[in-house]
Design a protein around this ligand. Sequence first.
Ligand SMILES: CC(C)(COP(=O)(O)OP(=O)(O)OC[C@H]1O[C@@H](n2cnc3c(N)ncnc32)[C@H](O)[C@@H]1OP(=O)(O)O)[C@@H](O)C(=O)NCCC(=O)NCCS
Length: 156
Amino acid sequence: MSGDTAANVVIKPVENEGELFQALAIREIVFIEEQSVPESLERDAEDAQAFHVLAMAGKHAIGTGRLVSLPQPPAGEQGAWGRVGRMAVLQSNRKGGTGSRLLQALEAEARRRNLAGILLHAQLSAMEFYKRHGYEPYGAVFEEAGMPHLEMKKRF
Ligand SMILES: CC(C)(COP(=O)(O)OP(=O)(O)OC[C@H]1O[C@@H](n2cnc3c(N)ncnc32)[C@H](O)[C@@H]1OP(=O)(O)O)[C@@H](O)C(=O)NCCC(=O)NCCS
């Protein structure tokens, strides 16, 4: 942490283009620079439709994540489902609860939309984080953006 306790971090929905740019800037630092994900994979068409959240420490964005509605439920499930992705907190701000609060905000939006559950592709390194939030892994490990991932889901 760089002096920002979780208590003075505000989680807010992205409401305009400027805030979307802030979210994309966080993702650029975390995914493209830190994790070497190709830019062509990091940015996709879903950004235009997604519900994005930002974690703000004062005027500085320190984290982001997004929720998209899936066109169909995952295999074996029913109803409308969402997919959480692009969860990113700047390195020096991690392990202070910001990622958890971003995820909770995305889940609150999913419940508001009456979604039946959330699916995500977790990097193996983040699996414990999602397990703590009630997500269960299923299926085999697969490679995405050059890193091992596992599909996880949470039924509301
Ligand atoms: C995954 C990620 C978003 C989590 O963000 P975060 O702000 O560190 O999340 P939290 O602080 O809520 O939780 C992270 C861990 O810190 C721990 N933690 C939370 N508050 C803490 C505190 N005050 N003191 C010590 N540990 C704390 C949590 O127990 C949690 O442990 P876990 O990983 O074993 O579940 C962040 O690590 C990240 O951006 N990683 C790189 C990008 C990435 O991999 N994204 C996920 C793609 S699937």
